[in-house]
Design a protein around this ligand. Structure first.
Ligand code: GDP
Length: 460
C-alpha cells in the first residue's frame, strides 16, 4: 500500500441518512473530484475551505448522479495535511456508493480503516496518542469518556510524555558528551545530578501511571454480569439501572434466553451490563445455549450482581448461583422487597457471601437502586478517588509503555548506584526514551501502526 496514493472512502455510517460524506485525500484529490463534480456556477479554481454547490456527474455518460456540496481543504490545512475534498451528497447507500465508484474510476484508491488518520500522523499533524484518541472519541460511551478522548486529542498526554522524554534526552546528551569527549571531565554531570534527574523522571512517570487505573475505567468501562435463577428480577434490575425498557420482562421462567448487553453511564463510567439467562440445569436446547453464554459472561465480567428473590426461601438454584458468583467481586441484591412480607433470606445470603452487605431492592418500584449504583461505583473504582480530571492515561498500550520506561529508569538508577561505567547507564536511559517514544509514535514501527489503525473505521 502506497502512502502517496490518493485515497477515497465513505466517511459516514452505512445506512440511510440525511446526508452522507465521501472523503478524498492526496495529491490527486482535487483532480479526481473535478472529474466527478460539476459546480452549478463555474469557478476557475476552488479556493481552500470553501463550499461549492453542484452535481455529482458520471464523467463517461454525463448522467447526473446526485446534488451535492463540494468542500475543499487544501494542504496542509486539512485533516490529513494533504489536499482533501469532501463531497456531501444524499446519505443513502446508492448515491454514496455511486459517488465513491466514480472517484475510484477517476483514479483514487479505496482507503483502508483509519488511513486518513494514519496520514495525519505520518504527515506530522498529530502524534500517535492523539490519533488513538480520535478512535476513542468515536467509540466513547459516556460524556466522561468523550471528555478524556478530547483532552488526549488536544495533546494533554502527549505533552506530558514529551516533556519527560526531553528530560531524559538532555540527561543522555550530557552523558554522551562525556563519553564522546573523554578528554573533558566525564564527571561534568555528576552522579548525584544524574541520580536526581532520573529520580524526578521516575516520579513523573509514576504519577502518570497512577492515573491509568481511573483512565482505563472511564475509557473501557466495567463489565458487569447480572446473575440469578430465572424470575428473580434480573431483567427488571437491568431496566431499573438503565432507566428505560430494554429487556423483555415476563413472568415465565427462562425467557431471557439470550444475553442482553447494555451500557449504562454511572457517574461517567460506562458499565456494560449483561443480563444473563438464569443459571440452572435445563433440558431445553435453546435455553441451554443461553445458560452457557451466561456462564461465559460471568467469566468475562469484572463484577457480578447476584440477584435473589425476597418473597421466597433460597432454593438449590440460588445456592448454585452463590457458588458461581463467589469467584468475582459481587454485589448481593435481594429483590422484590416490596412484595415480601418477611425477609428470611437476608441473613443466609450475608453469611454465604462472607458477611457482605445484602442490598434490599425493588427493581419494579426503583427502591434501593441508589445503593446498588453506589456499590457499583465503589467496586469499580476501589478505594481510589477517581475522577475525570485525574485521569490522563486511558489506554493499556500507553500504560505498558510507561511501565517499561519506568523499569528502564530504575535500571539506570541501579547502574548509577553501582558505579558502573556511564555508557551502560546511557543504554538504560536510551531504552526508556524509546519506550516513551512509542506512546507518541516517534519510535513506532509499521506493524504497531497497522495494529493501531486497524481498530478504526473506514473513512476516518
Ligand atoms: P428474570 O427472569 O430474573 O430476568 O426476572 P424478570 O425481571 O423477568 O422478572 C420476573 C417477574 O418478577 C416479573 O413478573 C416481574 O414483574 C417481577 N418482578 C421483578 N422485580 C420485581 C420487584 O421488585 N417487585 C415485584 N413485586 N415483582 C418484581
Amino acid at each position: 500500500m502506497n502512502d502517496q496514493d490518493t485515497i477515497v472512502a465513505i466517511s459516514t455510517p452505512v445506512g440511510y441518512g440525511g446526508i452522507g460524506i465521501v472523503r478524498v485525500s492526496g495529491e490527486q484529490a482535487l483532480a479526481c473530484s473535478e472529474r466527478v463534480f460539476r459546480p452549478k456556477r463555474r469557478r476557475s479554481k476552488a479556493s481552500s475551505h470553501t463550499v461549492t454547490y453542484g452535481h455529482v456527474v458520471d464523467f463517461e455518460t454525463g448522467d447526473v448522479v446526485d446534488q451535492a456540496l463540494l468542500i475543499v481543504m487544501r494542504a496542509p490545512r486539512s485533516y490529513t495535511a494533504e489536499d482533501v475534498v469532501e463531497i456531501s451528497c444524499h446519505g443513502g447507500p446508492v448515491p454514496l456508493s455511486q459517488t465513491l465508484n466514480l472517484l475510484l474510476r477517476a483514479g483514487a484508491r479505496l482507503a483502508s480503516p483509519g488511513e486518513f488518520t494514519k496520514r495525519a500522523f505520518l504527515n506530522g499533524r498529530i502524534d500517535l496518542a492523539q490519533a488513538e484518541a480520535v478512535c476513542d472519541m468515536i467509540q466513547a460511551k459516556t460524556d466522561a469518556s468523550a471528555r478524556l478522548a478530547s483532552q488526549q486529542m488536544e495533546g494533554r498526554l502527549s505533552g506530558k510524555v514529551r516533556s519527560i522524554r526531553e528530560e531524559l534526552l538532555s540527561l543522555l546528551a550530557s552523558i554522551e558528551a562525556g563519553i564522546d569527549f573523554p578528554e573533558h571531565d566525564v564527571e561534568e554531570l555528576t552522579r548525584s545530578e544524574l541520580d536526581g534527574g532520573l529520580r524526578s523522571v521516575r516520579s513523573e512517570i509514576s504519577h502518570l501511571l497512577q492515573s491509568a487505573v481511573a483512565g482505563r475505567v472511564f475509557r473501557e468501562g466495567v463489565r458487569v454480569s447480572i446473575v440469578g435463577r430465572p424470575n428473580v428480577g434480573k431483567s427488571s434490575l437491568l431496566n431499573a439501572l438503565l432507566g428505560h425498557e430494554r429487556a423483555i420482562v415476563t413472568a415465565v421462567p427462562g425467557t431471557t434466553r439470550d444475553l442482553i448487553e447494555e451500557t449504562a453511564s454511572i457517574r461517567g463510567i460506562p458499565f456494560v451490563l449483561t443480563d444473563t439467562a438464569g443459571i440452572r440445569d435445563t433440558e431445553d436446547a435453546v435455553e441451554r445455549i443461553g445458560v452457557e453464554r451466561a456462564q461465559l459472561a460471568l467469566g468475562n465480567a469484572d463484577l457480578t450482581i447476584a440477584v435473589f428473590d425476597a418473597t421466597m426461601e433460597l432454593t438449590s438454584d440460588d445456592f448454585e448461583v452463590i457458588q458461581r458468583a463467589h469467584k468475582k467481586p459481587t454485589i448481593v441484591v435481594l429483590n422484590k422487597i416490596d412484595a415480601a412480607s418477611q425477609v428470611t433470606a437476608r441473613l443466609e445470603l450475608s453469611e454465604a457471601f462472607g458477611g457482605q452487605d445484602v442490598l434490599e431492592v425493588s427493581a419494579l418500584r426503583g427502591t434501593g437502586m441508589d445503593a446498588v449504583i453506589d456499590a457499583l461505583f465503589t467496586m469499580a473504582t476501589g478505594d481510589r478517588r477517581i475522577d475525570v480530571e485525574s485521569a490522563t492515561v486511558t489506554n493499556i498500550r500507553h500504560q505498558e509503555c510507561l511501565s517499561r520506561a519506568k523499569r528502564h529508569v530504575e535500571e539506570a538508577l541501579v547502574a548509577l548506584s553501582e558505579e558502573v561505567p556511564y555508557d551502560l547507564t546511557s543504554i538504560d536511559i536510551r531504552s526508556a526514551v524509546d519506550a516513551l517514544g512509542l506512546i507518541t509514535g516517534e519510535t513506532a514501527e509499521e506493524d504497531l501502526l497497522d495494529t493501531i489503525f486497524r481498530r478504526f473505521c473506514i473513512g476516518k
